[in-house]
Ligand binder design. Structure first.
Ligand code: SIN
Ligand code: FE2
Length: 225
């Protein structure tokens, strides 16, 4: 430092991890983590989420192999993702309520589209938003998102609440995966050449989030139909 400069105190403006300024990290050729991208939207997302959950509460679904998923699932949009003993699929009707899935709130769609655009995918039109709830210990094994009709549109995945360790792998289950910590407000977008990468989430650690309490919520937007 030159003698005429005053030392600047390091003011930790962003000490709270929820308040990080937005920045983009590349995790694949066409895969990005948009840090904090959803933060300005949270205030509008949460009331909309509450409404969806009144009509389509979280449920623990059964995989075709007969295992109960540790993550609680719901959906909104024209199509909702379900699994039972007969397989994975998208349906227009929620099998629990026998009603159509709740409509996708405009604020959900707009956020997904803005995030896709930020990651280089124009005109993303999601028709399905899978809503995952992780409580402590819940996890998502490595899998590919491949129940959608076309793999041209990307996947847009929004994280809220407690932090989690996201695994972002290759094109075979056995490929080594990157560990990507995800925090409240982060969005992961993957598509194009990366669309079929394996991904998953390590068991959620216990904790308390100021807005969401003891849980992590994840929205995964897809164009399914
Ligand atoms: C998923 O792959 O469906 C969920 C990913 C996540 O919870 O971050
Ligand atoms: Fe997935």
């Amino acid at each position: 430092m030159r003698s005429n400069e005053t030392p600047t105190a390091t003011v930790d403006l962003f000490a709270d991890e929820d308040q990080q300024p937005a920045r983009t990290e590349q995790i694949g050729e066409q895969s990005f983590v948009l840090r904090g991208f959803a933060l300005p939207w949270v205030e509008r997302l949460l009331p909309a989420l509450e409404k969806i959950l009144l009509a389509a509460p979280f449920r623990q679904m059964i995989t075709p192999g007969g295992f109960t998923m540790s993550v609680g699932l719901s959906s909104c949009g024209t199509l909702g993702w379900t699994t039972d003993r007969s397989g994975y699929r998208y349906t227009r009707i929620d099998p629990v309520s026998s009603q159509p899935w709740p409509a996708m709130p405009e604020v959900f769609r707009a956020l997904a589209q803005a995030a896709a655009q930020e990651a280089g995918f124009q005109h993303f039109e999601p028709d399905a938003c899978l809503i995952n709830r992780y409580l402590a210990g819940a996890k998502m094994s490595l899998h590919q998102d491949k129940d959608e009709k076309s793999y041209d549109p990307p996947i847009v995945s929004v994280s809220l609440g407690l932090p989690a360790m996201f695994l972002f792998g290759g094109f075979a289950r056995s490929d080594k995966s990157q560990r990507v910590p995800l925090f409240h407000g982060d969005i992961v977008v993957w598509g194009g050449v990366d669309r079929l990468r394996y991904h998953g989430v390590l068991p959620l650690k216990e904790g308390h989030h100021s807005q969401l309490g003891a849980q992590r919520i994840n929205f995964t937007f897809r164009t399914a139909g």
